[in-house]
Every structure is written in structure tokens, then in C-alpha cells.
Design a binder for this molecule. Sequence first.
Ligand code: ADE
Length: 290
Amino acid sequence: MSIFRAGLFKDKVALVTGGATGIGRAITEELLSLDCKVVIASRKEERLKEAVEAMCPNSTRLRAKVCNIRQEDQVKNLISWTLKELGKIDFLVNNSGGQFPSPVSAMSLKGWNAVIETNLTGTFLMCREVHDQWMSDHGGIIVNIIADMFRGFPMMGHTGAARAAVDNLTKTLSVEWAQDGVRINAVAPGSNIYSPTAANNYDDPTIFDRARGGIPMKRLGSPQEVSSAVCFLLSPAAAFITGETLKVDGGSSLYSYLMWQIPEHNKLPAYSWTNKTPTDEEEDPPKSKL
Ligand code: ADE
């Protein structure tokens, strides 16, 4: 269940948003296997029930709480409930997220705001509240799950903007909260991590097959391969790492292969300094004075 040593997180308490499905579920399973106590949060009660039943039905080491991370009062309540139930919060994993594929030109303000509120504002609220209610006095470790948006995110502009903002927020908080004993890092899975939950989010069943072409390792990643990166950052092996973003993408963010195809067009012709085009051989561009 884990590459890490048994009992690594004994007596630790983790809060994992979106911990019932996909990558969040793999993180929850690995933390449980390392003897951590875990609270999973989700907007959907049925998802939580199914997850507890499947992962840890007869133990109080896994608990579940309904929470919409867009709602400040619900976030405050999630943190205070966890502290009341388990006495502390050592780890926060901000994994909840949501988006829908669309070109930016077709996004309504409502759709844009919903994605920004879930992925950016929800993460801000969770971080601020866990810090205010616990980590400012006791320290702790936070991991934010973001996405591969490093070269822009065609068809996912809203979540790309939100995740880039969380990447930056992670850096800011690593500096602001170091004096409180808080380490905070991000993990950026590629869009090539296969899970049934991820597959259900896309109408196009071929998307994962097509994604494979853009991965130097020529295979998809698994939620467990993201989880092990999260557990590393939560572990003492990462004691001197903060404000960092760890990509888990099989190298795809470094490989110039884009799923987004641009048709031939001439909508952005080169600027011409004279009436001639700069491609005319006899015409040199102006010389630099430097
Ligand atoms: N997963 C997706 N959206 C969410 C939200 N608003 N709150 C909690 N988990 C979520």
C-alpha cells in the first residue's frame, strides 16, 4: 500500500478535501496505511459514505464531513469539528477541485466564478482557517494539489488561472508562515493521471489514449504515484522543503507535444517597417543602437 515505512504517520491527523474519490482517495488510502488518522471532506454525502464503507468501515481512524469549500462558514465548521473530534490537525491536503472543458470565449461569468471559487478561493479559505484555528500556534504541513498549467491550459483557462494562483499562494504562504512552523508545498499532477473519476469528467473516452502521446514515459500515471509524492512532502524526508511545486507528470510538461491543435491561418502577419514585408531579402530591420 505504500513505499514508506509502516507506522510513519502514527498519531498524526490529516484533513484531505476531496478525499473520497480519485487522487484524493489514493492519498487517503496511503495515509491510512501509514497509520494516520484522516478526515475526508466533500460536498457530497453519498460519496463520503461509500468511501468510508470501502476504505475503513469499522474504525474511527477515518471520518467524513460534508463541506462545500466555497462557503466560509462551512470551512470554519470543518476545521473546528476536526479539532473537536481529533484534537489537532498535523496535515492539510487541499485536493478538492472542479472544472469543465470550454474555450475561454465560451465561458459565462457564472461558470468562470464557480471554478475560481472552488479551486482558488476554496483553497485560500482552507489554508487561512487551518492556520488561524490551529497551525499558527502548533505548526503543520500543507500540500496543495494543482495541475499542469505551466504553459497555459487551453480548454481549461479558468482552472489554469486558479491553479497558477494557488502555485503562487503556496510560495507566499511558505514565507509568511515559516515562523509559525508551517511547511507548505504543491503537487502538480499531469492531465495524464488515470482514474475512473477523472475519466467520468470527460465526454471524450479517447482523451487518455491521446494524452499518452505527449508523455515521454509513454504511459499514464496513477493516483498512487501522486499520493506517494504527497506522502513524501508530508514526511520528515521533506523537512527542508517549502514553497516548492513538485510535478508528477512523466515529463509531459517538458515535452513539446500539444493536445491543442491550431489550424493554419494568417491572422497575425509580421510587422513591416516599410511598405515591404520583413521577409523581402533586401530589406533589413532597423539596426540596434546598443
Ligand atoms: N469538490 C468539487 N467542488 C467542491 C466544493 N465546492 N467543495 C468541496 N469539494 C468539492
